[in-house]
Design a protein around this ligand. Sequence first.
Ligand code: NOJ
Ligand code: CA
Length: 691
Amino acid sequence: MSCSTEVELDMSVQSPNKNLTVGFNVSDNGEPYYMVKFKNKVIIDTSFVGFDFQNMSSLRSNLMLIETNISEFNESWQMPWGEQIDVANIYNELNIKLQETSELKRKINVVFRVYDDGIGFRYEFPEQDNWDEALIANEHTEFNLTEDYKTFWIPGDWDIYEHLYSTTKLSEIDAISYIERTNLAQSYIPENAVNTPVTMVGADGTHLSFHEAALRDYSGMTLKVDTENLNLKSQLVGSENRQAKVVTKLPFNTPWRTIQITDNAPALIESNLIVNLNEPNKLGDVSWFKPMKYTGVWWEMHLGKSSWDYGMEMIDGKWVDTGKAHGRHGATTENVKRFIDFSSQNNIKGVLVEGWNTGWERWIGFEDREGVFDFVTTYPDYDLDEVTSYAREKGVEIIMHHETSAATETYEKQQDTAYALMQKYGMHSVKSGYVGRILPKGEYHHGQYMVNQYNNAAIKAANYEVAVNAHEPIKATGLRRTYPNIISREGLRGQEFNAWSQDGGNPPEHLPIVAFTRMLAGPIDFTPGIFNIKFDEYKTENQVNTTLAQQLALYVVIYSPIQMAADLVEHYEANPEPLQFIRDVGVDWETSKVLNGEVGDYVTIARKEKGTGNWFVGGITDENARTISISFDFLEADQDYEVTVYRDGINAHWNDNPLDITIEKLEIDNSSTINFNLAEGGGLAISLIKK
Ligand code: NOJ
Ligand code: CA
């Protein structure tokens, strides 16, 4: 249907199941606005949209409708790896073309896609006469809420997402309070705004999560909070160097502004809205990347058992190896071989090696980081030839590590050489890191400059058959659909904080919040599987704040196509029974089902492994013990499974007794319903292996 008359001013479009309605209109002054209804209740009330520019007048009023178009879309696409194989992408679209009535006569389109599980909308700047470059000073997208929701949020930091979540009413959000609590290597919280995904729960059980999809060549969006009027407003991450927050040529499209809208918490996790709003795979066959579990020379540095650096010295402004290596270097040929042996014996395909290359002596705290890290030169005690050929013999792949230290020019210059080196050695994935303030100064991790850095690195890496897992990344926005070599990322307070943070680490409620916030954006490299929960030999003042059973459950609950078995080899070897779960658990899924859950409290997920048909179940709870009932009706009928349950022991407690675990065989089939007790900070992991 196409129409272009004033009669049709009040336009609306519904979701395929008709539960959601988006309405759009322009005011008497030509100001565009939209609203959203869920089951006949107004969720987003009159909310205006528009732009300010650095070099021309704003585009927020004097607009008129030129044309509108409603269309239907229905496809199914397949993930090369993921939480499931088949993804249904079904929506109705409302496409609105607007033009200025005043003399510039600029054109802009607003496109809404309405799904059963939420909406996405974006702005399209079509090619037009007399306008070829946009210098966006501010995007004004309002989300005018109608209820003082219970909100799960982190501050709108322009430089990092590694904050603990707060749970408050929308009207009580206070992002500024984080500034003094934070001692991160980079952090900038300019105002009372939150980062996305931010998730809200209403009194009637309505669940909302705000985020964005397909973030490319644009700045990340934080949401400024108006606590009085219960209003959120887009606030793009800025730059001190550039003319505007976003500088781009026309034609272009902004990222999608998304709201997942469901009437229960599990449906948020099952929603594919974010990936669906991205373009189809542009890389074609990426089967050179295989989802995998991995171990690595990593946790031992965070515990202080070994170090990244080799111990060279600064002499006359130059780093020189004076033979004074301190002997605590972790990435030695010998140590890496231990991890290779252990991995090959335990059905683990990857070994990450951090601290293999020169530059670590001048890592944290140095301002002159450009030119320091080198992504091809090994320390003298690490033999890349020997390690990679030994790994190959054992059927294991070495995972590369590039700590860029946020020195972007150095990394950009070396990328081709660095990825070519990986290709030569048959290494198909890299963990990259961007710790510290961005160089060049004045840029932030989440601004347009860095969005392009992260995306371009991944696109370049694909040419060398390299997949990327970035730490200190830009948020996930579903680009893995378009570039399936973007496999995982950090972008949250990961396990590492338990090793060294001085604020008690991640509290038991952390992951039951993460599952319904950060995880809605995409895969998480959380690095689970710590068995030595209290760090007995190393850091007795720190610990992991979960039970051992929860560490196992995380392999199922937290989705990533790469899952680390993060603890030390000796800690696994001392605990072969719980280790069996890590050996067995899948990493690539045919289907996933969220069995139950409440945001911030608990969640249980069942996933069916691709290829084998084996099922794995993971459940986690916050600081409260609880009993969950699981109906196993998702199992195939007439199929026998060898079932092993790893559950909290009767005295388990995340702090008092985290290692108390009961491992038992149970008879379970698709008619079974069983109650399980989860301890405070506890969990449950179940493997159901086809007989
Ligand atoms: C921070 C990352 O999150 C961590 O995993 C890594 O070990 C260090 N940076 C060093 O690159
Ligand atoms: Ca980090």
